[in-house]
Design a protein around this ligand. Sequence first.
Ligand code: AMP
Ligand code: MN
Ligand code: MN
Length: 331
Amino acid sequence: MGSRNGSGGAVPESAWDRALHLIRQSDEIALACHVTPDGDALGSMLAVAFVLRSMGKRVVASFGDRHFAVPRLLRFLPGQEMLVPPEDYPAAPELMITFDTSTFERLGLLSDNTARAREVIVLDHHPSNAAFGTLALIDAKAAATAMLAEQLIYRLGGRLDRDIATCLYAGLVTDTGSFRYPSTTPAVHQMAARLVAMGLRTDEIARELWDRSPFGALKVLAAALDRVTLEGGLVWTYITRVDRAAYGLPYAELEGIIDIVRRTDEAEVAVVLKEDDQGAWQVSTRSKGTVDVGAACAALGGGGHHNAAGYTSHDSVEDTMAALRRELGKV
Ligand code: AMP
Ligand code: MN
Ligand code: MN
């Protein structure tokens, strides 16, 4: 115990050694994170991109969204000039590293490139990770992929600077819910201290991430709350494309709604169905601890963690909720 901070915890030394070897012998390294990236996915990837670039590597970084755009919440992150759209990504990279990505499908448009890559290092903290690559650097106890990214950076001989620390901090603070979730161990706070010591304006980062939004986001939130339903220990609502279109609100702006819905004292599980631009339902689920929503979502083709998970549904709202209720009844 207590070794996660120092030695990488669940990741065997032999896996770190192999990762360092692969990285050192590669001139070009292709990085990818999961679609509709959150702070952990994009922050971890950009932090490592900075370090690889300073080692003299050619670096490309991307994520496989059909409409390639960095979510507004994350536009404050430095290093975005290293991002390329999926169509400019190497077709068959020699070496890829994936960040915060639990399944092949979560790579979206980049899944074919990944299938053709010679080596794929998977850096992740999802317990449900399918270990789809050729080398797994996975620690399911880590609060964020950013913790593994920091380890990788130190092992490569890299040093933190303000930009790298900003990216890693975005990952740490996002995935711990601002240091509120039970994953917030002493090692999390110790890492935060190292990052903040680089001169971060944590107040500005928090404001970018959570304390601002366009006016339309309030109106869409109002629509979501207007139709919120409490049934037994389940609280749920949905947001359609039409709700968003009225205010020109991008899908990514819906991320915070689950955090309001899940406050409900009477509910153990909270669910928000978000219709994306293609008309599919992206289902966000949260548990207060007794119900394993990760298992329920995995059974429905998605994944995640015990208390926070998701999946994609192509059924109606009614059918989606019926299937989810069935799975929640089993876990
Ligand atoms: P979200 O509700 O989008 O914030 O996602 C919560 C957790 O569920 C995250 O850890 C995601 O990695 C995971 N997750 C969300 N959507 C999916 C999906 N379609 N497939 C697999 N995992 C997902
Ligand atoms: Mn993520
Ligand atoms: Mn994560």
